[in-house]
Write a protein that binds this ligand. Structure first.
Ligand code: FAD
Length: 372
C-alpha cells in the first residue's frame, strides 16, 4: 500500500490548503504533503471575487504578480436595496478588488506550493482520520493509500468532515450560479442585488473578463424545509437580468454549492490537527466571502504548526495562538456581518443608500462594503 510520511499533511488544495503549503515552505518546513480529491487545474463553484484584503494576502504569498494578469479589475459597485433603490459607487481608476476565475487562482496557488517544496497527491479522497492515543496522526483513503503526519491541516472546504477538530454547529448559506458571455453590464463594476426574495442575502453579477460574467444568488433555507434553488434563481434572473441577458449565451449549466459559516471562531484545533479555511467555518456571514479568510487562516495555521515543529512553542501554546490570531483577523468583520444582516432585514440599507447620495457617504459606503 502506498504511504506518505510528512511533518505537515494538508487535506484539500483550495485557497486555504495551498496558502498553508506555500507558507510552510517559506517558513522552512520541508516535508509537506498536500492531497486533493481532484487533479488540477480544477473548477470550483465560486463568484471568484477577491477583496482588497485578499489581494494583500496574495501579495504576501508572493503570487500576486502571477494572479493579476489573469484578473479582471473591479472599480465600482452597483447596489440594489430590498426596497428597489439603485446606487452606483465608483472608486476611480485604481482597482479596489478583482475577479479571478478559480480554475486559475487555485492553480497558481498550487504551483507556488509546489515550488516551495510541497509534495502534491492528486485524486486522493481522504475518507477517515488515523488516530492513535487520542491524536490525529494522518488520514487514509477508503481501502487505499494513507498519509502519516505529525500535524494535519484540515482544508477540505464545506463538504469535508474528515479529521475536523470538532463538529461545531454550522450555519449554511445556499448558493446557485451560472456563467454568460456577451451579457450587457457596466465594465469593471460588480453588482449586488439585495432582493427581498433572498433576504438577508443577495444576488450578484461579477464580470470575469471583458465578455464573460458570472451571476448567482445566495439565500438561506427556512428551518423546516428547502427552497427550490433553480426556481428561485430563474425568478431572480427574470426580474433583474432579463434585459441584460437577452442577447447573451449561457456557458455551461447552473451550479449549486453550500457555504458554511459561524460567528464563533473557536474549536479550530485538537491534538495533531488544525482546521483552516471553510473547514473551520471561517467565511463571512453577510457576503459569503471565503477566499481571503481561507488564505489568511491557512497562513496562520502554517505559522502555528511550524512554531511547534521548530520547538518555539508547545502544542498548547501554538493552538491558543492560532485561535487568537484567527479571531484577531476575522472576528470584528464577522460581527459586522451580523449587524449588516440585521440592517438588510430591517430596511436600513435603504436609509444608507438614501443618505448615500452625498459624496462623502458614498465613498464611506464603498469602503465599508470593500472591507467587510
Ligand atoms: C456560489 C459561491 C460563490 C462564492 N463566491 C465567492 C466570492 O466571490 N469570493 C469569495 O471570497 N468567496 C466566495 N465563495 C466562498 C469560497 O468559494 C470558499 O469559502 C473558499 O473556496 C474556501 O476555501 P477553502 O480552501 O477553505 O475550501 P475550498 O476552496 O472548498 O477547497 C477545498 C478543497 O478540498 C478538496 N477536498 C474536499 N474534500 C476532500 C477530501 N475528503 N479529500 C481530499 N480533498 C478534498 C476539494 O476538492 C477542494 O479542492 C463562494 C462560494 C460559493 C459556493
Amino acid at each position: 500500500m502506498e504511504r506518505y510520511e510528512a511533518d505537515v499533511a494538508i487535506i484539500g488544495a483550495g485557497p486555504a490548503g495551498t496558502a498553508a503549503a506555500a507558507h510552510l515552505g517559506a517558513l522552512g518546513v520541508d516535508r509537506v504533503v498536500l492531497v486533493d480529491r481532484a487533479d488540477f487545474p480544477r473548477d470550483k463553484t465560486c463568484g471568484s471575487g477577491i477583496s482588497p484584503k485578499g489581494i494583500k494576502t496574495l501579495q504576501k504569498l508572493g503570487v500576486w504578480d502571477e494572479v493579476e494578469p489573469h484578473s479582471y479589475p473591479i472599480r465600482g459597485l452597483r447596489l440594489i436595496t430590498p426596497a428597489g433603490h439603485e446606487a452606483w459607487q465608483s472608486g476611480g481608476e485604481a482597482a479596489e478588488a478583482v475577479v479571478c476565475y478559480r480554475r486559475i487562482l487555485d492553480h497558481v496557488l498550487l504551483k507556488k506550493a509546489l515550488s516551495a517544496g510541497t509534495t502534491f497527491v492528486p485524486n486522493f479522497d481522504a475518507a477517515e482520520a488515523i488516530e492513535e492515543g487520542g491524536r490525529m496522526v494522518g488520514f487514509r483513503e477508503r481501502g487505499g493509500r494513507e498519509v502519516r503526519a505529525r500535524y494535519t491541516l484540515v482544508a477540505g472546504g464545506s463538504h469535508c468532515r474528515v479529521g475536523l477538530p470538532a463538529l461545531r454547529p454550522r450555519r449554511t448559506i445556499q448558493a446557485i450560479m451560472g456563467w454568460w458571455d456577451h451579457a450587457d453590464f457596466r465594465p469593471h463594476h460588480v453588482e449586488m442585488i439585495f432582493d427581498r426574495m433572498l433576504e438577508p442575502y443577495y444576488g450578484w453579477l461579477f464580470p470575469e473578463t471583458e465578455t464573460r460574467v458570472n451571476i448567482g444568488i445566495t439565500y438561506e433555507d427556512p428551518p423546516d424545509g428547502k427552497k427550490h434553488a433553480r426556481k428561485l434563481f430563474k425568478e431572480f434572473l427574470d426580474k433583474h437580468y432579463g434585459d441584460a441577458l437577452a442577447n447573451a449565451t449561457q456557458v455551461g449549466g447552473f451550479k449549486g454549492h453550500p457555504i458554511v459559516w459561524s460567528y464563533a471562531i473557536e474549536q479550530l484545533t485538537a491534538p495533531g490537527r488544525f482546521a483552516i479555511g471553510e473547514s473551520g467555518l471561517m467565511t463571512h456571514p453577510a457576503t459569503a466571502e471565503g477566499i481571503y479568510q481561507g488564505m489568511r487562516s491557512g497562513m496562520l495555521g502554517a505559522e502555528a504548526a511550524s512554531s511547534i515543529l521548530s520547538g518555539r512553542r508547545s502544542e498548547e501554546d501554538a493552538f491558543k495562538t492560532y485561535e487568537r490570531e484567527c479571531k484577531k483577523a476575522f472576528q470584528l468583520s464577522f460581527w459586522g456581518g451580523g449587524i449588516f444582516r440585521e440592517l438588510v432585514r430591517k430596511g436600513g440599507l435603504d436609509l444608507v443608500v438614501a443618505f448615500g447620495e452625498q459624496p462623502a457617504v458614498k465613498t464611506a459606503t464603498a469602503r465599508i462594503m470593500a472591507s467587510m
